[in-house]
Design a protein around this ligand. Structure first.
Ligand code: VG1
Ligand code: CO
Length: 542
């Protein structure tokens, strides 16, 4: 085997964002671009040498080529065994699970999640550590620092087997490649977390009671194995279940804007009882019931309140967590259960240490991410199964579950408004908002407000991150959060999160947008959006 050491020069834009490095496919195709990043990871995580490594991706355009490059570089960097999902496919939760299951020292996940794919779309890569969790903020900082210094990378010049040839392959004297079925281990994991016979009875009781939309992304085969093969559902419950390299030109993000056609199927009188959808890499979920989409913030709180009917969680919930912009509906339930509720910065990487330390067993984000401690990533299929299990146990509808919840805990009306801006506009808006936090308290638009900039110290590692979003609290249970997205590849996306809490004995049957309208106006004023950006209409309301 020949190992080539190839000279290179650093790229200045390899700082991982909220969930790994994401750039256009064109950028990733530039000579040395992918190699530099991969080598920066190997240089920053020395215990990968002599260890086991997991590789898989969401199947988007460039996935296979990137996997081949990764395999050659892993061999050259002394990895002893590579576990690859067949055809280089693994959903994000399945990859995180394999890392833990196989005792691997880490895994590379090739995904840009819900970003569009195809030759003109985006690609992404992220590194997950031992146990399956995303690299911590400290580690991604080290990888970024290394990427700015890198001068050479290593690559083995060896023939590779076909990537769909399941079985053991020897790559060199010191390294073997194990190609595995990408679906089975994750489906087994799902079966271990839920009461499958009870869900099967619920599913089969009425034809057409459940629909799942895989959005032409990675979850198609996972959903077929679980909902059809193992739970006995009809094949017709699967929509868009054949994965495509470009997600059939769509934007594989399960939300009421990008999956509007799916949500529309629940507007008719004969709508299914439950709908679930997942994103490009299978970690997000959307829950839909007749006539409505369930807010991910409510979904998280409801799973928490009903965790006893989920076998994987029953009797073992010691704590929960939500990302800061996620509504405080979860806090209300945690308080009633007498367990702590942690508030972490946006991004799943901040949950990992709390999960590892056993401080939390359930966590989620407003961005359609929910999961338990069965895996160190969010898990779209898990969340959908959790809803099936709750409906089966309580023998009720989505509406009944929601209304009973609000009746008991009150409601947190919530919406996110995204604004597509230029990078300069994004910076100007955040700089303007910083002035409020300098003052701490202010009066604006008739409201008395407190303002702060969110910082977080990881209780396990002690590592602090600052400037994670700006928060305004009204004295009447309202909250507005502003932050810039860290997953986009062009310009800036300003995210404005609006939340209004109402008590259980108040009116929780109102129209969401009507309730949040005053906060929406206040947010535009606080950000000075008209003056700084001209346009004030959100690009997406989610
Ligand atoms: C977004 C979401 C965040 C999520 C991240 C990755 O980040 O807001 O909650 O963890 O995407 O999700 P940002 O920085 O663009 O707001 V995924 O499904 O891409 O792994
Ligand atoms: Co995703």
């Amino acid at each position: 085997m020949t190992i080539k050491v190839i000279e290179t020069t650093p790229f200045s834009d390899q700082k991982p964002g909220t969930a790994g490095l994401r750039e256009s496919v064109a950028r990733f195709r530039e000579p040395h671009y992918l190699n530099n990043f991969i080598q920066s990871v190997f240089d920053s995580v020395p215990d990968l040498a002599g260890a086991r490594l997991v590789i898989g991706g969401d199947g988007r355009h460039f996935n296979r080529e990137a996997a081949q490059t990764l395999i050659r570089m892993a061999v050259a960097n002394g990895v002893s065994e590579i576990i690859l999902g067949a055809d280089a496919i693994l959903s994000t939760p399945a990859a995180a699970h394999l890392v833990a299951l196989e005792g691997a020292a880490g895994g590379f996940l090739l995904t840009a999640s819900h970003n569009p794919g195809g030759p003109d779309g985006d690609f992404g890569i992220k590194f997950n550590v031992r146990g399956g969790g995303q690299a911590s903020a400290e580690l991604t900082d080290r990888i970024h620092a290394r990427s700015l210094q890198i001068r050479e990378y290593r690559e083995a010049h060896i023939p590779l087997p076909r990537l769909d040839d399941i079985g053991l392959h020897s790559l060199s004297e010191g390294c073997r490649l194990r190609i595995v079925d990408p679906v089975n281990a994750h489906a087994d994991l799902m079966e271990s977390q839920f009461d499958f016979p009870a869900i099967a009875r619920w599913l089969q009781a009425r034809p057409g009671r459940f629909l799942f939309d895989a959005m032409h992304a990675v979850t198609g085969p996972y959903a077929r194995e679980v909902f059809v093969r193992r739970l006995g559902g009809d094949d017709s419950l699967l929509l868009n279940a054949s994965p495509r390299e470009d997600f059939a030109g769509g934007h594989p993000d399960p939300n009421p804007v990008d999956a509007a056609d799916f949500v529309a199927r629940f507007a008719t009188a004969d709508a299914p009882d439950l709908g679930g959808a997942s994103d490009g890499d299978g970690d997000r979920n959307m829950i839909v019931g007749p006539g409505r989409m369930v807010s991910p913030c409510d979904s998280l709180a409801i799973i928490c309140a009903n965790h006893d009917c989920i076998p994987g969680l029953a009797g073992r919930l010691k704590g929960v967590a939500r990302s800061m912009p996620t509504s405080r509906a979860l806090d209300t339930v945690a308080q009633a259960l007498g367990i702590p509720c942690h508030e972490t910065p946006t991004g799943w990487r901040f949950f990992a240490s709390l999960l590892d330390a056993g401080q939390i067993q359930l966590c989620g984000e407003e961005s359609f991410g929910t999961s338990s401690d069965h895996v160190r990533e969010k898990d779209g299929l898990w969340a959908v199964l959790a809803w099936m299990q709750m409906l089966a146990s309580h023998n009720c509808s989505v509406d009944e579950l929601l209304e009973r919840h609000w009746q008991r805990f009150g409601r947190h009306y919530f919406v996110r408004h995204d604004h597509a801006l230029s990078s300069e506009q994004g910076d100007a808006v955040m700089a303007h908002l910083d002035q409020h936090t300098d003052r701490g308290r202010l009066t604006l638009g008739g409201y008395e407000l407190s303002a702060d900039s969110f910082s977080y110290t990881d209780p396990i590692s002690g590592h602090t991150v600052t400037r994670q979003g700006i928060r305004l609290h009204t004295d009447t249970g309202g909250r507005i959060v502003f932050r810039l997205s860290g997953t986009g590849t062009q310009g800036a996306t300003l995210r404005i999160y609006l939340e209004q809490a109402v008590a259980a004995d108040a009116d929780w049957r109102q129209d969401r947008d009507g309730v949040l309208e005053p906060l929406s106006r206040l947010a535009l004023e606080a950000a000075n959006l008209r003056k700084l950006c001209g346009e004030t209409t959100p690009t997406a309301v989610i």
